[in-house]
Design a protein around this ligand. Sequence first.
Ligand code: GTP
Ligand code: MG
Ligand code: ZN
Length: 323
Amino acid sequence: MSLKKKRIKESLATKQEIGALEKWGIVRKRIKGFYYIQSQDGKFVECKIKGNLFKDDLFKNQVAVGDRVIFNKSPNDSVGLIQRIEPRKSFLSRSRVGKTVEQVIASNIDHLLIVCAAKDPAFRPNLVFRMLVAARVGNIHPVLVITKSDLVQQQQIDEILEPFRKLELDWIISSLFDPPEKDEKFLNLILNNVTVLSGQSGVGKSSMLNKFFPDLHLKTGNVNMRTTRGLHTTTFAEMHELNKGSFVIDTPGIREFGLWNVTQKNLNEYFPIIEDYQHGCKHRDCIHFTEPGCVVQADLESGEIHPTVYQGYLAILESLQRK
Ligand SMILES: Nc1nc2c(ncn2[C@@H]2O[C@H](COP(=O)(O)OP(=O)(O)OP(=O)(O)O)[C@@H](O)[C@H]2O)c(=O)[nH]1
Ligand SMILES: [Mg+2]
Ligand SMILES: [Zn+2]
């Protein structure tokens, strides 16, 4: 055998060896630097991240639940190593409080259920607006879910929904005490999709999943009746497989939702309804604040835009950097 042929044969052998060790999988949960990956063959493998994978990034824990990763694990190792992440088709990211680093809550998701309670804890429209923007940034379809409808009158639900009526937003009203057939919309949404539930602690994210999928046995907690806040019962994001092709990701309760990759300048590309006004205003770079000739401000006065929506927009605008 010529030397050249021998080299080719050797290099093929090495490649096959590496290829045999490398596997493809989906991150199902992350706990304290360990990633639980479901590999192609269905088996679960505990992994860590290869040392230099994020050497140029600020935040080292950038592998998220839902990520598709290439990992390897030799038979002698107790844990595997994540070698690389496949590009994400969608993501739910936020900016960590007080830091300019991205925290990816989940990735490769179809729907974001923005879960809010009608009461206990109180409904916070501005948190919903923030999550709607994050859904647009991350290429996810958002759905507003109002839980605990049994605790209030229908009129209060109507009041909660009022500002959202013109936003072309899907919503679901639910109660643990409703018969399951009332929540057909929820089940249709989940079927054959990857769905993430996010919202304040105590709104009933885990309870909702348990109601429909009792086999999940997710831990649920009470709401502190003095503060009406949840007890942060779910402590890490986890993807659960319901049947082939249907996955839900339950996440810990959030207090604040800092927006990632959003600035004062580009907010109007992502904010519901405001995004429709990109060309109508006199100033080309109008941020719809105090500029003369601003169509958003005019439509606010005529009642076309709900004041709660505009206040939500302003609240986010004020919190963002001028870039
Ligand atoms: N009355 C009423 N209570 C509900 C409903 N849904 C959930 N709860 C109660 O709300 C409390 C909190 O529920 P969880 O499912 O733990 O809330 P969570 O959103 O998962 O909270 P974290 O894991 O802390 O983020 C529990 O006591 C539930 O029984 C509902 O539709 N009606
Ligand atoms: Mg929970
Ligand atoms: Zn404007």
